[in-house]
Design a protein around this ligand. Structure first.
Ligand SMILES: O=C(CO)COP(=O)(O)O
Length: 251
């Protein structure tokens, strides 16, 4: 397993979770001790829970993040939440450019890049998501698409301390399907090369997460792939036991 970079196991709760879900966060905090020192744990609940979760997790080894942010710091943008607001609520990270944001909310690479820059302005670490659709992979265009997304979405001058990349093939999200370890290795190596070409030494240090149907039963195999520096987990992050089953790969 590649341990030159500190792994991150991140949970993206998507539009799931109510106040009572703090019990799952507490369960994650209790189990986090086994992996602390070896991997970073991050929970990204819906925006309504960021402040309370950050308060609950304060002093623990579990970080709290947002799932998106707007590029402006404040103003007449009804319904939006800025990176500064997430930071003020206690978040340390924010996911940007998730495929659901790109598809359902029509976010373009340029929007994602602005959000990543906003995250940096606010002192947050951005997790920039990229990934191809099934049709694009079948047409042998997966690396072309991911290359374009990286070019358009990553902020200039990124440092490993404020950027994480997540490779999430759209067809693997919530489907139970995953690429083969060989396909993941090929894509993560490609992303690493692009990061190194653009950000030089910093690009070698940026963590590259894999996301898409990660669960406890496949985590060991997927996390063992070269240049896979952790996981971005959807469905299996909602229950503490499931999430810890993945994180424990690094225990
Ligand atoms: O979209 C994801 C994480 O951001 C992955 O979701 P699943 O783990 O449910 O496939």
């Amino acid at each position: 397993m590649d341990r030159t970079r500190r792994p991150v196991v991140a949970g993206n709760w998507k539009m799931n979770g109510l106040a009572a879900s703090v019990s799952e966060l507490k369960g994650i905090m209790a189990g986090a001790k086994a992996v602390s020192g070896k991997a970073e744990l991050l929970v990204c609940p819906p925006a309504t829970l960021v402040a309370s979760f950050a308060k609950t997790a304060k002093g623990s080894t579990v970080h709290i993040g947002g799932q998106t942010c707007y590029s402006e710091a404040s103003g007449a943008f009804t319904g939006e939440i800025s990176a500064e607001m997430l930071a003020d609520a206690g978040a340390t990270h924010v996911i940007v450019g998730h495929s659901e944001r790109r598809t359902i909310f029509k976010e373009k690479d340029a929007d994602v890049q602005k959000k990543a820059l906003a995250a940096r302005r606010a002192g947050l670490i951005s997790i920039v998501c990229v990934g191809e659709t099934k049709e694009q992979r079948e047409a042998d265009r997966a690396t072309i698409i991911v290359g374009q997304q990286l070019t358009g979405s990553l902020p200039e001058g990124a440092k490993a301390a404020n950027l994480i990349v997540a490779y999430e093939p759209v067809w693997a999200i919530g489907t139970g399907l995953t690429p083969t370890p060989a396909d993941i290795a090929e894509m993560h190596n490609f992303i690493r090369e692009r990061l190194a070409a653009r950000f030089k030494a910093e690009g070698e240090e940026v963590r590259i997460l894999y996301g898409g149907s990660v669960k406890a039963s496949n985590a060991a195999e997927l996390m063992a792939v070269r240049n896979v520096d952790g996981a971005l987990v959807g469905g299996a992050s909602l229950k503490a036991d499931d999430f810890l089953g993945i994180a424990n790969v690094y225990a």
